[in-house]
Design a protein around this ligand. Structure first.
Ligand code: SF4
Length: 349
Protein backbone atom coordinates (compact mmCIF):
# COMPACT_ATOMS: atom_id res chain seq x y z
CA UNK A 1 0.00 0.00 0.00
CA UNK A 2 1.25 3.46 -0.85
CA UNK A 3 2.00 5.95 1.91
CA UNK A 4 0.55 8.78 -0.14
CA UNK A 5 -1.48 8.61 -3.33
CA UNK A 6 -3.26 11.14 -5.49
CA UNK A 7 -5.88 10.43 -8.13
CA UNK A 8 -7.06 12.81 -10.84
CA UNK A 9 -5.74 16.04 -9.30
CA UNK A 10 -6.88 19.20 -11.05
CA UNK A 11 -5.97 22.74 -10.04
CA UNK A 12 -7.04 25.84 -11.91
CA UNK A 13 -6.21 29.49 -11.30
CA UNK A 14 -8.06 32.54 -12.44
CA UNK A 15 -5.64 35.17 -13.68
CA UNK A 16 -6.11 38.80 -14.62
CA UNK A 17 -6.57 39.18 -18.36
CA UNK A 18 -7.85 35.64 -18.75
CA UNK A 19 -11.51 34.89 -19.10
CA UNK A 20 -13.31 33.25 -16.17
CA UNK A 21 -14.46 30.46 -18.46
CA UNK A 22 -10.87 29.64 -19.42
CA UNK A 23 -8.79 29.64 -16.24
CA UNK A 24 -5.16 28.63 -16.27
CA UNK A 25 -5.05 24.91 -15.63
CA UNK A 26 -1.85 24.39 -13.62
CA UNK A 27 -2.47 20.72 -12.83
CA UNK A 28 -4.55 18.43 -15.01
CA UNK A 29 -5.56 14.87 -14.12
CA UNK A 30 -2.40 14.02 -12.18
CA UNK A 31 -2.28 10.66 -10.40
CA UNK A 32 0.71 9.29 -8.53
CA UNK A 33 1.72 7.02 -5.67
CA UNK A 34 4.55 7.32 -3.17
CA UNK A 35 5.71 4.16 -1.40
CA UNK A 36 7.73 3.75 1.78
CA UNK A 37 11.49 3.67 1.22
CA UNK A 38 11.15 4.92 -2.36
CA UNK A 39 12.21 8.17 -4.01
CA UNK A 40 10.08 9.37 -6.89
CA UNK A 41 11.39 12.25 -8.98
CA UNK A 42 8.92 14.68 -10.49
CA UNK A 43 10.74 16.42 -13.34
CA UNK A 44 9.74 19.11 -15.78
CA UNK A 45 10.60 22.65 -16.70
CA UNK A 46 9.66 25.71 -14.66
CA UNK A 47 5.93 26.37 -14.75
CA UNK A 48 4.96 22.77 -15.47
CA UNK A 49 2.97 22.50 -12.22
CA UNK A 50 5.42 20.45 -10.12
CA UNK A 51 5.32 22.72 -7.08
CA UNK A 52 1.54 23.01 -7.27
CA UNK A 53 1.32 19.22 -7.08
CA UNK A 54 3.63 19.26 -4.03
CA UNK A 55 1.53 21.92 -2.30
CA UNK A 56 -1.64 19.92 -2.96
CA UNK A 57 -0.05 16.72 -1.65
CA UNK A 58 1.04 18.58 1.48
CA UNK A 59 -2.50 20.00 1.75
CA UNK A 60 -1.20 23.55 1.61
CA UNK A 61 -3.48 24.05 -1.38
CA UNK A 62 -6.85 22.56 -2.28
CA UNK A 63 -7.38 20.89 -5.64
CA UNK A 64 -10.44 21.69 -7.75
CA UNK A 65 -10.89 17.96 -8.34
CA UNK A 66 -9.23 14.71 -7.35
CA UNK A 67 -8.56 12.78 -4.18
CA UNK A 68 -5.62 12.27 -1.85
CA UNK A 69 -5.14 9.05 0.08
CA UNK A 70 -2.84 8.83 3.09
CA UNK A 71 -2.02 5.24 4.02
CA UNK A 72 -4.97 4.16 1.92
CA UNK A 73 -7.43 6.44 3.68
CA UNK A 74 -9.03 9.53 2.12
CA UNK A 75 -7.65 12.75 3.56
CA UNK A 76 -9.81 13.74 6.51
CA UNK A 77 -11.27 17.25 6.33
CA UNK A 78 -11.19 19.69 9.22
CA UNK A 79 -8.48 20.89 11.55
CA UNK A 80 -7.69 17.53 13.11
CA UNK A 81 -7.47 15.85 9.74
CA UNK A 82 -5.19 18.59 8.49
CA UNK A 83 -2.92 18.31 11.51
CA UNK A 84 -2.71 14.54 11.14
CA UNK A 85 -1.82 15.01 7.45
CA UNK A 86 0.87 17.59 8.25
CA UNK A 87 2.37 15.27 10.85
CA UNK A 88 2.67 12.54 8.24
CA UNK A 89 3.51 14.61 5.16
CA UNK A 90 6.22 17.24 5.43
CA UNK A 91 7.66 19.51 2.77
CA UNK A 92 11.10 21.05 2.27
CA UNK A 93 10.93 24.20 0.19
CA UNK A 94 13.25 25.38 -2.51
CA UNK A 95 14.45 28.56 -0.84
CA UNK A 96 16.20 28.04 2.51
CA UNK A 97 16.59 31.82 2.82
CA UNK A 98 12.83 32.39 2.82
CA UNK A 99 11.60 29.28 4.60
CA UNK A 100 13.18 30.15 7.97
CA UNK A 101 12.05 33.15 10.00
CA UNK A 102 15.09 35.44 10.45
CA UNK A 103 13.86 36.60 13.86
CA UNK A 104 13.94 33.15 15.42
CA UNK A 105 16.76 30.81 16.36
CA UNK A 106 17.26 27.32 15.00
CA UNK A 107 16.12 26.03 18.38
CA UNK A 108 12.78 27.81 17.94
CA UNK A 109 12.30 26.43 14.42
CA UNK A 110 12.80 22.86 15.64
CA UNK A 111 10.95 23.17 18.94
CA UNK A 112 7.78 24.54 17.34
CA UNK A 113 6.80 21.39 15.35
CA UNK A 114 7.63 19.27 18.41
CA UNK A 115 5.22 21.29 20.54
CA UNK A 116 2.52 21.27 17.84
CA UNK A 117 2.65 17.58 17.05
CA UNK A 118 4.06 16.05 20.26
CA UNK A 119 2.63 18.21 23.06
CA UNK A 120 3.27 15.54 25.70
CA UNK A 121 7.04 15.94 25.48
CA UNK A 122 8.78 17.64 28.38
CA UNK A 123 11.42 20.34 27.95
CA UNK A 124 14.32 17.93 28.48
CA UNK A 125 12.95 15.51 25.88
CA UNK A 126 12.48 18.38 23.43
CA UNK A 127 16.09 19.44 23.96
CA UNK A 128 17.27 15.90 23.40
CA UNK A 129 15.25 15.57 20.19
CA UNK A 130 16.50 18.92 18.87
CA UNK A 131 20.12 17.90 19.41
CA UNK A 132 19.46 14.52 17.83
CA UNK A 133 17.81 16.15 14.78
CA UNK A 134 20.76 18.51 14.30
CA UNK A 135 23.12 15.58 14.65
CA UNK A 136 21.23 13.64 11.97
CA UNK A 137 21.61 16.46 9.44
CA UNK A 138 25.31 16.89 10.35
CA UNK A 139 24.98 20.28 12.04
CA UNK A 140 27.49 20.20 14.88
CA UNK A 141 28.11 21.24 17.57
CA UNK A 142 24.36 21.00 18.04
CA UNK A 143 24.26 23.36 21.03
CA UNK A 144 25.90 26.21 19.13
CA UNK A 145 23.83 25.66 15.96
CA UNK A 146 20.59 25.59 17.97
CA UNK A 147 21.36 29.04 19.39
CA UNK A 148 22.13 30.55 15.96
CA UNK A 149 19.82 32.69 13.83
CA UNK A 150 19.36 31.82 10.14
CA UNK A 151 21.53 34.74 8.97
CA UNK A 152 24.49 33.20 10.81
CA UNK A 153 24.28 30.06 8.69
CA UNK A 154 25.21 29.31 5.09
CA UNK A 155 22.59 28.32 2.51
CA UNK A 156 23.45 24.65 2.85
CA UNK A 157 23.25 24.83 6.66
CA UNK A 158 19.86 26.53 6.44
CA UNK A 159 18.57 23.80 4.16
CA UNK A 160 19.80 21.22 6.66
CA UNK A 161 17.83 23.05 9.37
CA UNK A 162 14.76 22.99 7.10
CA UNK A 163 15.21 19.24 6.62
CA UNK A 164 15.63 18.73 10.38
CA UNK A 165 12.45 20.72 10.95
CA UNK A 166 10.59 18.55 8.46
CA UNK A 167 11.76 15.43 10.29
CA UNK A 168 10.88 16.76 13.75
CA UNK A 169 7.38 15.26 13.76
CA UNK A 170 8.61 11.94 12.32
CA UNK A 171 6.71 11.99 9.04
CA UNK A 172 6.23 9.07 6.67
CA UNK A 173 6.36 11.22 3.53
CA UNK A 174 8.85 13.94 2.62
CA UNK A 175 8.16 16.27 -0.30
CA UNK A 176 11.39 17.94 -1.42
CA UNK A 177 10.54 20.83 -3.74
CA UNK A 178 13.74 21.57 -5.66
CA UNK A 179 15.71 21.34 -2.40
CA UNK A 180 19.10 22.13 -3.90
CA UNK A 181 18.37 24.45 -6.82
CA UNK A 182 19.20 27.60 -4.81
CA UNK A 183 22.32 26.19 -3.23
CA UNK A 184 25.92 26.39 -4.26
CA UNK A 185 26.81 23.70 -6.78
CA UNK A 186 29.52 22.39 -4.45
CA UNK A 187 27.07 21.40 -1.70
CA UNK A 188 24.11 20.15 -3.76
CA UNK A 189 25.35 16.60 -3.82
CA UNK A 190 25.88 16.57 -0.03
CA UNK A 191 22.26 17.64 0.56
CA UNK A 192 20.92 15.05 -1.88
CA UNK A 193 23.02 12.34 -0.25
CA UNK A 194 21.70 13.45 3.13
CA UNK A 195 18.10 13.16 1.90
CA UNK A 196 18.85 9.74 0.48
CA UNK A 197 20.38 8.54 3.76
CA UNK A 198 17.41 9.84 5.76
CA UNK A 199 15.02 8.10 3.34
CA UNK A 200 16.77 4.81 3.91
CA UNK A 201 17.04 5.22 7.70
CA UNK A 202 13.41 6.29 8.25
CA UNK A 203 11.83 4.29 5.40
CA UNK A 204 10.50 7.57 4.06
CA UNK A 205 8.49 7.97 0.89
CA UNK A 206 10.23 10.88 -0.88
CA UNK A 207 8.98 13.02 -3.73
CA UNK A 208 12.00 14.78 -5.23
CA UNK A 209 10.96 17.68 -7.44
CA UNK A 210 13.63 18.86 -9.84
CA UNK A 211 14.44 19.78 -13.41
CA UNK A 212 17.81 18.08 -13.18
CA UNK A 213 17.54 14.73 -14.93
CA UNK A 214 21.01 13.61 -13.85
CA UNK A 215 20.27 13.81 -10.11
CA UNK A 216 16.76 12.44 -10.70
CA UNK A 217 18.24 9.36 -12.33
CA UNK A 218 20.86 8.94 -9.61
CA UNK A 219 18.66 9.39 -6.55
CA UNK A 220 15.17 8.36 -7.64
CA UNK A 221 13.76 4.90 -8.15
CA UNK A 222 11.04 6.15 -10.47
CA UNK A 223 10.70 9.28 -12.59
CA UNK A 224 7.49 11.11 -13.48
CA UNK A 225 7.77 13.68 -16.26
CA UNK A 226 5.40 16.61 -16.16
CA UNK A 227 4.58 19.05 -18.93
CA UNK A 228 2.06 21.88 -18.74
CA UNK A 229 0.28 20.38 -15.77
CA UNK A 230 0.09 16.82 -17.09
CA UNK A 231 2.11 13.70 -16.40
CA UNK A 232 3.37 12.72 -19.83
CA UNK A 233 5.70 9.85 -18.98
CA UNK A 234 6.57 7.66 -16.01
CA UNK A 235 8.69 4.64 -15.26
CA UNK A 236 11.84 3.31 -13.58
CA UNK A 237 14.55 5.99 -13.60
CA UNK A 238 17.11 4.28 -15.82
CA UNK A 239 14.48 3.26 -18.37
CA UNK A 240 13.02 6.76 -18.64
CA UNK A 241 16.41 8.47 -19.02
CA UNK A 242 18.13 5.91 -21.26
CA UNK A 243 15.11 5.14 -23.43
CA UNK A 244 12.65 8.05 -23.24
CA UNK A 245 9.41 7.34 -25.09
CA UNK A 246 7.63 10.68 -24.99
CA UNK A 247 8.98 13.38 -27.35
CA UNK A 248 9.14 15.87 -24.47
CA UNK A 249 11.21 13.50 -22.33
CA UNK A 250 13.51 13.00 -25.31
CA UNK A 251 13.92 16.74 -25.56
CA UNK A 252 14.67 16.99 -21.84
CA UNK A 253 17.20 14.15 -22.01
CA UNK A 254 18.86 15.73 -25.04
CA UNK A 255 19.04 19.09 -23.27
CA UNK A 256 20.78 17.61 -20.21
CA UNK A 257 24.48 18.54 -20.17
CA UNK A 258 26.57 15.64 -21.41
CA UNK A 259 30.36 16.04 -21.61
CA UNK A 260 30.56 13.15 -24.06
CA UNK A 261 28.38 14.99 -26.56
CA UNK A 262 30.52 17.71 -28.14
CA UNK A 263 29.68 20.21 -30.82
CA UNK A 264 25.91 20.00 -30.40
CA UNK A 265 23.51 22.60 -29.18
CA UNK A 266 22.33 22.28 -25.59
CA UNK A 267 18.85 21.67 -26.95
CA UNK A 268 19.78 19.42 -29.84
CA UNK A 269 20.32 15.79 -29.17
CA UNK A 270 21.53 13.36 -31.76
CA UNK A 271 18.02 12.68 -33.06
CA UNK A 272 16.13 15.82 -32.23
CA UNK A 273 16.00 19.09 -34.09
CA UNK A 274 16.20 22.28 -32.05
CA UNK A 275 12.63 23.26 -31.30
CA UNK A 276 11.19 26.53 -30.23
CA UNK A 277 11.51 27.00 -26.47
CA UNK A 278 8.81 28.96 -24.73
CA UNK A 279 7.71 29.51 -21.18
CA UNK A 280 4.68 27.32 -20.57
CA UNK A 281 1.68 28.94 -19.01
CA UNK A 282 -0.65 26.01 -18.54
CA UNK A 283 -2.70 23.92 -20.86
CA UNK A 284 -6.07 24.48 -22.42
CA UNK A 285 -8.45 21.57 -22.63
CA UNK A 286 -8.16 19.84 -25.95
CA UNK A 287 -5.31 18.13 -27.71
CA UNK A 288 -1.85 17.16 -26.63
CA UNK A 289 -0.28 19.92 -24.54
CA UNK A 290 3.07 19.36 -26.26
CA UNK A 291 1.58 19.84 -29.72
CA UNK A 292 3.07 23.23 -30.52
CA UNK A 293 6.62 22.07 -29.73
CA UNK A 294 6.55 18.46 -30.79
CA UNK A 295 8.77 17.48 -33.72
CA UNK A 296 6.62 14.37 -34.26
CA UNK A 297 3.16 15.94 -34.11
CA UNK A 298 0.46 14.53 -36.37
CA UNK A 299 -3.19 15.34 -37.07
CA UNK A 300 -4.61 13.04 -34.41
CA UNK A 301 -2.63 14.96 -31.77
CA UNK A 302 -5.49 17.47 -31.86
CA UNK A 303 -7.25 14.94 -29.63
CA UNK A 304 -6.06 14.43 -26.09
CA UNK A 305 -3.67 11.47 -26.12
CA UNK A 306 -4.44 8.57 -23.78
CA UNK A 307 -2.08 7.39 -21.06
CA UNK A 308 -0.60 4.30 -22.69
CA UNK A 309 0.91 1.48 -20.59
CA UNK A 310 4.22 0.46 -22.17
CA UNK A 311 5.09 -2.52 -19.95
CA UNK A 312 7.80 -2.69 -17.30
CA UNK A 313 5.94 -0.19 -15.13
CA UNK A 314 6.15 2.51 -17.81
CA UNK A 315 3.49 4.81 -19.24
CA UNK A 316 3.49 7.60 -21.83
CA UNK A 317 0.73 10.00 -22.78
CA UNK A 318 1.36 10.12 -26.51
CA UNK A 319 -0.39 9.00 -29.70
CA UNK A 320 2.90 7.57 -30.98
CA UNK A 321 2.38 4.65 -28.61
CA UNK A 322 -1.34 4.23 -29.16
CA UNK A 323 -1.32 3.10 -32.78
CA UNK A 324 -4.21 0.71 -32.22
CA UNK A 325 -6.28 3.18 -30.24
CA UNK A 326 -8.36 5.53 -32.33
CA UNK A 327 -11.23 7.08 -30.38
CA UNK A 328 -12.02 9.58 -33.13
CA UNK A 329 -12.05 7.02 -35.88
CA UNK A 330 -9.35 8.83 -37.85
CA UNK A 331 -6.38 6.95 -39.21
CA UNK A 332 -3.05 7.70 -37.61
CA UNK A 333 -1.31 10.48 -39.50
CA UNK A 334 2.29 10.42 -40.63
CA UNK A 335 4.69 10.85 -37.74
CA UNK A 336 6.22 14.05 -39.06
CA UNK A 337 3.15 15.93 -40.33
CA UNK A 338 2.39 19.02 -38.33
CA UNK A 339 -1.19 20.28 -38.12
CA UNK A 340 -1.95 23.54 -39.90
CA UNK A 341 -2.93 25.44 -36.79
CA UNK A 342 -2.81 24.99 -33.03
CA UNK A 343 -6.05 23.30 -32.04
CA UNK A 344 -6.41 24.82 -28.60
CA UNK A 345 -6.42 28.49 -29.59
CA UNK A 346 -9.70 30.00 -28.46
CA UNK A 347 -10.73 33.62 -28.64
CA UNK A 348 -11.26 35.17 -25.25
CA UNK A 349 -14.68 36.77 -25.05
FE1 SF4 B 1 3.85 14.77 -30.01
FE2 SF4 B 1 1.42 13.94 -30.71
FE3 SF4 B 1 2.82 12.56 -28.90
FE4 SF4 B 1 1.80 14.96 -28.31
S1 SF4 B 1 0.63 13.08 -28.78
S2 SF4 B 1 3.85 14.24 -27.84
S3 SF4 B 1 2.02 16.07 -30.24
S4 SF4 B 1 3.33 12.87 -31.08
Amino acid sequence: MSRLAAHGLVREFRLPGRSRRHPLRAVSDVSLELHAGETVALVGESGSGKSTVARILARLDTPDAGTILLDGQPATPGRRGLRHHHRQVQIVFQDPFASLNPFHTVDHHLRRPLRLHHPALGRAEEDERIHHLLDRVNLVPAGRVAAAHPHELSGGQRQRVAIARALACRPGVLLADEPVSMLDVSIRLEILRLLDRLRAEDDLAVLYITHDLATARHFAHRILVMYRGELVESGPSDAVILDPRHPYTRLLAAAAPDPRRRGTSALAGPDLPVTRVEVPGGTDAGGCPFLDRCPQAMPRCRLRPPLVPLGGGRTARCWLHAADTDPAGSPPGPATTRPPAPPTARPDP
